[in-house]
Design a protein around this ligand. Structure first.
Ligand SMILES: [Zn+2]
Length: 552
């Protein structure tokens, strides 16, 4: 039995794992790489395996970093099914089409420029037709069903409490009359997330692949994030400002609506809230909210009770769903206090960028982050305290109050992850940590080794492992790698490509005209960073020149 990681190893996007067992190849997730342009470029690198050999695709949840390359998989020749829960299937119906739409319009935009420059035109990663074709192959299953893929492989989906329909997947494999269990937590939610149930713990398995987004971080506001949110809103509104909440269209936005709706006591305490409009300004959020209301069987008891009382948990009197672009634009011409919830959650695309552009420079504005902000995203740059940012080609002064409430996070924090492992009835032989930034992964790995005495590894992308029950797990060279030397050569090639992209990114980071806007501290930081980069580049050039001389 072999396990290979093709994405989301030492990073948080591009989830893609292949398990080879009992003569079959089972893929778990096929997500899009998201974040910096270097990361996004990986989507165009092509799959590093033979797609024709994949027998099944299991999908843990609809978030694009887990599902977003499925249309590409079909475009490149995959003919099998995608197995997931019904809510995941329903959400993918809208999310993959939305993703295809973004791919098409991004390419169109780039091609306009390329055409003018006389450059070759690009093809979108995939089109709406590709997405529609993929969606025809989705098969919906229920939590806890035992799904027999063939006589030797059975799978089970259980609730991972991360978003509507999200799952951890347990795979039972029989080889040589022995059954082994491989399980993937996928993204784990935190307990008490509004609307959805708490994660169901995997009781036992031999090998556990676990997410680590907050492997070494604790959510600071655990108990009452809603109260803090209402406080910040009241404060801003009383000053006549607008509260902008960047939010993922699917999941977080519905949780926010529900959080606003159900807190009657808080609405009484902060009574101004009910007097101002709350705009949901994202077409995808609107359709996702409809999908939520079609899948109430996935709701937790509290939200179900709400419905039984005849109330809609995802609606309240001062809530407004904007539809057209025109309605969205009007929001920026109107200076009266309001709340705007818009996407994307990390501010890298979508209508949120327009709202930020029109409001960041105002002191009265508050930008309230309620979700994870990946490295390199505009959201992270703002959350880290940038004094000015570039949005839609314009430099915008940041005068707004920037707040971050991590109590709404869709991910378990370090305490939740420890509790999860503690609750497993039989501990796994080996844990593989994925879906996290490097510092989070290694500290979590150390903690697991010390606290639970479980052997834990942090794989790289393309790391491949041989799993044999009761035997030590060892890492294999990847398929495409013949010898250690070839492997090192390929690593070097990857590094060169990465650095090429990063240098291009970095050269666009600070425009000359922006230098005037830097403060003393920023100037020092950039001088330090740029000088050490210059030194490294010089060393690199020297080495390359030396090599060229030896070559002669
Ligand atoms: Zn997710």
């Amino acid at each position: 039995m072999k396990l290979t990681f093709y994405g989301s190893a030492k990073e948080v996007t591009g989830s893609n794992i292949i398990l080879e067992a009992a003569g079959k190849k089972v893929m778990i997730d096929c997500g899009l790489f998201q974040g910096s342009s270097a990361t996004k470029a990986k989507n165009f690198d092509g799959f590093k395996y033979d797609i024709q050999e994949i027998d099944y695709v299991l999908l843990t949840h609809s978030h694009i970093d887990h599902s977003g390359r499925i249309p590409l998989l079909y475009k490149k020749g995959y003919k099998g099914s995608v197995i997931c829960t019904k809510a995941t299937k329903d959400l993918c119906d809208i999310m993959l089409l939305d993703s295809a739409n973004i791919q098409e319009s991004d390419t169109e935009y780039k091609n306009h420029k390329r055409q003018r420059a006389g450059l070759e035109l690009l093809e979108p990663l995939y089109t709406i037709d590709d997405a529609n074709n993929a969606l025809r192959h989705f098969i919906a299953v229920q939590y806890h069903d035992l799904i027999k893929l063939d006589e030797n492989i059975t799978v089970k989906f259980i609730d991972s409490g991360h978003m509507l329909g999200s799952s951890s997947i347990i795979i039972f494999i029989t080889e040589n009359n022995k059954t082994s269990v491989v399980a993937f937590t996928s993204d784990l939610g935190k307990p008490n997330t509004p609307i959805i149930n708490d994660p169901t713990v995997i009781k036992e398995c031999d090998y556990l692949i676990m997410e680590s987004t907050y492997g070494n971080k604790r959510h600071t506001v655990k108990e009452h994030p809603e109260e803090l949110m209402f406080e910040i809103i009241e404060d801003t509104i009383l000053k006549g400002g607008t509260v902008i909440i960047p939010s993922f269209s699917v999941g977080r936005t519905q949780e926010m609506i529900y959080a606003f709706n159900k807190n009657i006591a808080l609405k009484k305490k902060f009574s101004i809230f009910s007097k101002i409009p709350v705009y949901i300004d994202s077409p995808l959020s609107t359709s996702a909210t409809e999908v939520f209301m079609k899948n109430t069987q996935y709701f937790d008891d509290e939200a179900k009770q709400y419905i039984l009382k005849g109330d809609n948990p995802l609606d309240f009197p001062n809530l407004v769903f904007t539809k057209s672009v025109e309605e969205s634009k009007i929001l920026n011409r109107d200076n009266s206090p309001k709340i705007i919830i818009s996407s994307s959650g990390m501010c890298d695309a979508g209508r949120i960028r327009h709202h930020l552009k029109h409001n960041l420079y105002k002191e009265k504005t508050t930008v309230l982050f309620v979700g994870y902000q990946a490295n390199g995203s505009l959201g992270r740059i703002l959350a880290d305290g940038a004094k000015s940012v570039k949005i839609l080609g314009e430099t915008i002064d940041v005068k707004a109050r920037i707040e971050m409430i991590d109590g709404f996070s869709g991910h378990a924090d370090m305490d939740d992850l420890d509790t999860y492992l503690a609750q497993m009835e039989k501990k796994p032989e080996k844990v593989f940590l994925v879906h996290g930034e490097e510092d989070q992964l290694y500290s979590f790995a150390d903690r697991i080794k010390n606290k639970f005495d479980i052997d834990t590894v942090v794989p790289n992308n393309y790391s491949r492992y041989e799993l044999q029950k009761g035997k030590k797990v060892y890492e294999l060279a990847h398929d495409r790698v013949l010898t250690k030397n070839t492997y090192r050569k390929l690593t070097l090639l990857d590094l060169i490509t990465d650095v090429k992209r990063q240098v291009k990114d970095v050269s666009e980071l600070i425009a000359y005209d922006e230098i005037n806007n830097l403060d003393e501290e920023q100037i020092t930081t950039f001088i330090d960073l740029y000088s050490s980069m210059r030194k490294n580049i010089k060393n690199l050039v020297n080495e390359v020149e030396k090599k060229a001389k030896v070559g002669k």
